[in-house]
Design a binder for this molecule. Structure first.
Ligand code: URA
Length: 256
C-alpha cells in the first residue's frame, strides 16, 4: 500500500484500490468504495481506507477475509528442450526439469509435455486459461515433429501414419506425414496422447531414435538453440490466443 487518502499527487505509484477491486469483479467503482468505507477490505492485513493506492503484484488484498482474485500479468516462454530433461515442475528423484532451464520472476509451469528424451519447443507460462485451451483435446492445435526412425518408411507406412494407426488407446486421428529424407519424417498431429509419435511410428514398424518438436500451432523458432528459452513476442501471444479462440484476451492485450 503506498499512500493514504490525504495524498492527491497524481504521479503516485500504484493503482486506486477501488479501481482495482472493480476490475477484479466486485462491482462498480462506487460499490467498491462502499466496500472500502465499510471496512470490509484489507491491504496487507490492515483495514483499507478510501484513496489507498496498491500494487496488485505486491500487496495482498482481501475482501471479507478472502483474497481478491487480482489479475497477475501473464508471461509466456518458449524453451528449446534438450533430451534428458523432464517436463514436470519438480522431480522427487532430483532430475533436472524444464523449470530449471527458464528464468522467470513469476511462477510458471509447462504447457503440455514432451517425453524426457524428446527435444524441441515447449511453452511455459502462468496463464492457466491458455494452458487449458491449448492442451484440451478439442483445441485442434497442430504440433509438428521431426522423427528420425530406424529404417526408411515405405509409402504404405507413411499412408498408414496419415490415415490413422491402431494404438492401445484407439485409432489416431488423420495426420500430415511426409518423408524428408531416408529415415527422417515430418509428422503433424493435433492430438496430445502420451508418447503418441513414438507409438505411431512403432506401430508401423519404425522405432523412433530421435524426436524433435519443431512447431506448436503458429509458434516456431529454428534459431532457438537447445537449452535456451525466450519470451514470446506480443504478436506471437496474440497468434496463439487467436489459434485457441481467446478473443477477449486478445483484445485486452491490444495497446490502447
Ligand atoms: N510424441 C511423443 O512420442 N513424444 C513426445 O514427447 C511428444 C509427442
Amino acid at each position: 500500500m503506498t499512500q493514504g487518502p490525504e495524498n492527491t499527487d497524481p504521479s503516485l505509484e500504484g493503482e486506486r484500490l477501488q479501481k482495482l477491486l472493480a476490475r477484479a469483479g466486485y462491482g462498480s467503482r462506487r460499490v467498491c468504495e462502499i466496500l472500502i468505507a465499510e471496512g470490509r477490505v484489507t491491504v496487507n492485513g490492515r483495514i483499507a481506507e478510501l484513496g489507498n493506492r496498491v500494487d496488485a503484484e505486491v500487496d495482498v488484498i482481501c475482501v471479507d477475509g478472502a483474497m481478491a482474485p487480482l489479475a497477475q500479468s501473464k508471461v509466456y516462454y518458449l524453451l528449446n528442450k534438450p533430451a534428458g530433461i523432464i517436463t514436470t515442475a519438480s522431480d522427487p528423484q532430483g532430475r533436472p526439469t524444464v523449470l530449471s532451464m527458464v528464468t522467470s520472476s513469476v511462477r510458471i509451469f509447462p504447457i503440455g509435455r514432451l517425453d524426457m528424451n524428446t527435444e524441441g519447443l515447449l511453452l511455459l507460462s502462468n496463464d492457466g486459461r491458455l494452458a487449458h485451451l491449448l492442451t484440451h483435446p478439442s483445441s485442434g492445435i497442430q504440433k509438428e515433429y521431426l522423427a528420425r526412425v530406424k529404417g526408411d518408411p515405405s509409402p504404405g507406412a507413411l499412408r498408414r501414419l496419415r490415415e490413422g494407426v491402431e494404438l492401445d488407446d484407439g485409432i489416431t486421428a488423420p495426420a500430415q506425414v511426409s518423408r524428408v529424407s531416408e529415415g527422417l519424417i515430418r509428422i503433424v498431429i493435433h492430438e496430445g496422447r502420451n508418447r503418441q509419435v513414438r507409438r505411431m511410428c512403432e506401430a508401423v514398424g519404425h522405432e523412433v531414435v530421435r524426436l524433435v518438436r519443431t512447431r506448436i500451432g503458429p509458434l516456431t523458432d529454428p534459431t532457438l538453440t537447445p537449452g535456451s528459452s525466450r519470451q514470446l513476442s506480443l504478436l506471437e501471444v496474440r497468434r496463439l490466443m487467436e489459434a485457441v479462440g481467446m478473443t477477449d484476451e486478445m483484445a485486452a492485450s491490444m495497446p490502447s
